[in-house]
Ligand binder design. Structure first.
Ligand code: PMP
Length: 365
């Protein structure tokens, strides 16, 4: 027997780790720095690392209390009801839960191009189709209501990414509200704030709750993750905040034990570790400013923990930088074959990345 026809589905391309790259090039892992997957250069919150160690002896039991405790802690952080917090296996898992909750066969999801690949993948898994709205390079990948609404055609889900991966641009909350207002009442607007901690903008949770002068809406959901600012990418923990009106929909769509006990304990410790998040955000701001000032190529303004750089031939520059020990993201798969994305690192990592990329650019020219 064979799986069903999966020819319409593409495999998610995860970035390669240092060990893998070093093995392939037959080099020592210590020679490399990886700035390709928007990971936290300071590692996990130390409090979360302790919690993970302490949880080790209890992982023979199914998760119980931790799930409820973490849900309550997140609900408190956002001042929403516990039922509005949909814990999941990373932001990716939360995207799947929203697809499950909303899409019916043949429904469309409208996604940004360039954009995060998993929105479309998830829609297809859930028997939906994918349509794209274009963010244009000539316009610095600016995001506004018109850009999205011009392409909208009754799609059941509309994805906005703020800050946007891989460009770092953001969308004002007024524009999000306008999109939600001017789209069909069956359309869910998903605001992916995976990089929200690094931005100056307020969260779109204000639209769900009707705060800061916005009317409360039942057609907006917000995605957040512990992978970036909290440094817990390997634990796989993220969540969606959904409108109160959605009631017990989560209980009906979630995979049993949506987040592991380890993930929940780590998340509970991390959420209280403001110092780690603040240090991480500060590092990202310094790093992106340094890269904008010192890279000898066009660097777009970014509110994420990464910058997009126009290098001409991304594949060649990324490969050569990697040979010199700096792993960056070639954005060809995003439809930007002339750009690389560099994650904000520590001061030392950032300086090394800038020096290396500049040296490669000087030789390639
Ligand atoms: N949204 C965006 C825009 C992302 O870049 C990522 C991670 N690359 C995610 C969501 C999902 O992250 P995770 O599943 O690790 O929470």
């Amino acid at each position: 027997m064979q799986p069903r026809d999966l020819s319409d589905h593409v495999a998610y391309e995860a970035g390669r780790g240092i060990e893998e790259v070093a093995r392939e090039l037959d080099r020592d892992p210590s020679e490399f720095v990886k700035l390709a997957s928007n990971e936290n250069p300071h590692g996990p919150s130390p409090a979360a690392a302790v919690a993970i160690r302490e949880t080790a002896s209890s992982v023979s039991s199914y998760p119980k209390a931790a799930h409820a405790d973490l849900t309550a802690a997140i609900a408190e952080q956002w001042d929403v009801d516990d039922e509005q917090v949909w814990l999941a296996n990373g932001g990716d898992g939360a995207i799947d839960y929203l697809s499950r909750a909303v899409l019916e066969p043949g429904d469309d999801a409208l996604v940004p191009a360039p954009g995060f690949a998993y929105y479309g993948m998830s829609a297809r898994f859930h028997h939906g189709d994918v349509r794209e709205y274009e963010l244009s390079k000539g316009n610095d990948f600016a995001q506004d209501a018109e850009t999205v609404l011009e392409s909208y055609d009754g799609d059941r889900m509309v994805y906005l990414t703020s800050p946007h991966n891989p460009t770092g641009s953001t969308i004002p909350l007024e524009d999000v509200a306008e999109i939600a207002e001017r789209t069909d009442e069956r359309t869910l607007v998903v605001v992916d704030e995976a990089y929200g901690e690094f931005a100056d903008r307020d969260s779109a949770v204000a639209l769900i709750e009707g705060r800061d002068g916005f009317d409360a809406r039942d057609d907006v959901a917000v995605l957040r993750t512990f992978s970036k600012a909290y440094g817990l990418a390997g634990i796989r923990l993220g969540y969606a905040i959904v409108p109160e009106e959605w009631g017990d929909a989560y209980a009906r769509v979630n995979t049993p034990f949506a987040a592991s006990e380890l993930a929940c304990r780590a998340g509970l410790a991390a959420i209280d570790d403001d110092e780690h998040v603040e240090r991480t955000v500060e590092t990202a701001r310094e790093s992106r400013t340094y890269m904008r000032e010192h890279l000898e190529a066009r660097v777009w303004e970014s509110e994420g923990n990464f910058v997009l750089v126009d290098v001409g031939d991304a594949e060649r520059v990324a490969e050569e930088a990697q040979r010199r020990g700096v792993i960056v993201r070639d954005c060809t798969s995003f439809g930007l074959p002339e750009c690389i994305r560099i994650t904000c690192g520590t001061e030392e990592e950032t300086e090394r990345a800038v020096e290396t990329v500049n040296a490669v650019l000087a030789e390639v020219d």
